[in-house]
Design a protein around this ligand. Sequence first.
Ligand SMILES: C[S@@+](CC[C@H](N)C(=O)[O-])C[C@H]1O[C@@H](n2cnc3c(N)ncnc32)[C@H](O)[C@@H]1O
Length: 180
Amino acid sequence: HAAVAALPGSAHPGRPLVVDLCCGCGALGLAVARRAAVDLHAADADPVATVCAAENLAGVGTVHTGDLFAALPTGLRGRVDVLVANTPYVPSGAIGSMPPEARDHEPRTALDGGRDGLDPARRVAAGAGEWLAPGGALLIETGTAQAPVLAEVFGGHGLVAHIGHDQDRDATWVEGRAAP
Ligand SMILES: C[S@@+](CC[C@H](N)C(=O)[O-])C[C@H]1O[C@@H](n2cnc3c(N)ncnc32)[C@H](O)[C@@H]1O
């Protein structure tokens, strides 16, 4: 919902360009494409995930495999209106105390966010400026306690950040806007 809300005012009002990084099975991008006419690209480092995403996004978007931005066609640089990322955000030391259904059935690469859980999100925030269109938005899901730290990271990369929270879904994210 937050990604769809970020679409108006984008540099490509007719058909905004949306990228779902760390897309897993493609759920986030699909949710956006169901609600708005967008040009969708999704990417993940895990080839098992991208096979699944390609099935889920058939006829809806294009799926790429590779490390964060390196997976994307270079022609998207400077053109992305909304960049969403559900990066892994569990601190390495907390994975052992997760519920078994997550710990035992998710690959570690889908969970492990490094020491404070924000390493992949930091990399996305650092790279986003190169890929966002003027006025483009970056949205990264995060833990509630991590959000203020990530908002500062966004600010450090020139993004005007605010924290969003959806009580019904118990979801928190940081949204940042590039300069228009
Ligand atoms: C929390 S899961 C996202 C799940 C996704 N939202 C879904 O609905 O399936 C994090 C994802 O990040 C991917 N990932 C981890 N490190 C990555 C990297 N360096 N580059 C791209 N994807 C990465 C994992 O493979 C995993 O699919």
